[in-house]
Design a protein around this ligand. Structure first.
Ligand SMILES: *Cc1c(COP(=O)(O)O)cnc(C)c1O
Length: 383
């Protein structure tokens, strides 16, 4: 890579960090048991609840997002219990692994990569098997770019004695997720996607009925004990030593998001998504998720032709343009390229991403794709 250009991370985690957040994280540590830090955690709590659209506490955990998923499986269910795992990709499969590790009995609803679920099928499965105690699902399946029908599935589970656990790691702060209004029982996110922070924090919130369940369950997991964390959270503390710098950075990142207003953040994410889809289609690429309403707002994936594996194109985009794109995960490794546009990313970054991809294709498309992309961006913002 020539040394004179910036490196741009257009990846579905980690994502770029705003200077305001980096500066706060570089400030001297506060002691995690003293008042100044407790004030920060108290304010974080108010801002996190607003972000999750919930009245419940939002518990920060010192772990990557998967720690939040682990905490959900270990605190809400007992070994031997039946749960429905809806999977349509790499992260859905992680739910299967975590549920199995917890000793649960997962009934698996599997869809092809790039596809989503029909809430009526989930309703039928729950009707057919009243022993099912929970449903695990992604909100956004980051390996494919599919947005699952979370609100509809929540409507099905809330009528039943079934806890709905939603992995919102690539959705919260990227597209609207309204925990209480929709009836999600457990909502999880992580720091390094839409939240404009480094990796290292997970967040988990439980509905009142999920807390009731957590009070009965023995997590059999020393670190991820949500009852302990809830008690500490009520005192503006974390149970173990706090990830102090990250939680200080979180305070700044949440302040920024709420200064912009979440509605405006979502509008920007929507506009970037339209920009990416229009630009990629104009380049002649095959959008992996075509159905309206079923593509996620934080990344756009394309299906590569058989004779054009993702690896060399992603490598060239980095070498020549300093842009980090990502290939697929698992089975999709060489079949998909993912162009992410979540977090502290704007139209100019995304234009750089589109150019880097176009530049790296064996037959370079002409520049009209960029004009089409930018027109779509402004049109989506109503400009
Ligand atoms: C990134 C991601 C994860 C995993 O998060 P880690 O921070 O790597 O543990 C899980 N689920 C989804 C949907 C993700 O996007």
């Amino acid at each position: 890579m020539s040394s004179i250009q910036a490196t741009r991370m257009l990846t579905p985690g980690p994502t770029p960090i705003p200077d305001r957040v980096r500066l706060v994280m570089a400030s001297p540590l506060l002691h995690h048991r003293k008042d100044a830090f407790k004030t920060i955690l108290a304010e974080n709590q108010i801002m996190l609840k607003k972000l999750f659209c919930t009245e419940s506490p939002v518990i920060p955990l010192a772990s990557s997002g998967t720690g939040g998923m682990t905490a959900a499986a270990f605190n809400l269910f007992e070994p031997g219990e039946k749960v429905l795992v809806a999977t349509a990709g790499y992260f859905g499969n992680r739910w299967v692994d975590i549920a199995t590790m917890r000793g649960l009995n997962p009934v698996i609803l599997r869809k092809d990569a790039g596809k989503s679920f029909d809430p009526e099928e989930i309703r039928a499965m729950l009707d057919a098997d009243p022993a099912i105690r929970g449903v695990f699902m992604q909100i956004s399946e980051t390996s494919t770019g599919v947005l699952h029908p979370v609100q509809e599935v929540a409507a099905v589970t809330r009528e039943r004695n079934v806890l709905f656990v939603a992995d919102g790691i690539s959705a919260v702060s990227i597209s609207p997720v309204r925990m209480d209004e929709w009836g999600i029982d457990c909502l999880i996110t992580g720091s390094q996607k839409g939240l404009m922070l480094p990796p290292g924090l997970a967040f988990i919130a439980l509905s009142p009925r999920a807390w009731k369940r957590a009070e009965e369950v023995r997590p059999q997991c020393y670190y991820f004990d949500l009852i302990q964390e809830r008690a500490s959270c009520a005192k503006n503390q974390t149970h173990y030593t706090s990830p102090i710098s990250l939680l200080m950075g979180l305070h700044e990142a949440l302040t920024m998001l709420h200064e912009f207003g979440m509605e405006n953040v979502f509008k920007k994410q929507w506009a970037l998504t339209q920009m990416a889809r229009t630009g990629l289609a104009a380049m002649g690429m095959n959008l992996f998720v075509k159905e309206e309403g079923r593509y996620t707002w934080g990344l756009t994936s394309v299906l590569m032709p058989e004779d054009m594996p993702a690896g060399p194109i992603v490598a060239k985009a980095f070498k020549d343009c300093g842009v980090i794109l990502t290939a697929g995960q698992g089975d999709l490794k060489d079949k998909v390229i993912r162009l992410a546009h979540m977090g502290w990313i704007d139209w100019a970054d995304l234009a750089a991403g589109l150019h880097a991809l176009a530049w790296s294709l064996p037959e370079k498309p002409k520049g009209a794709y960029l004009e089409a992309a930018l027109d779509a961006y402004h049109a989506a913002l109503g400009e």
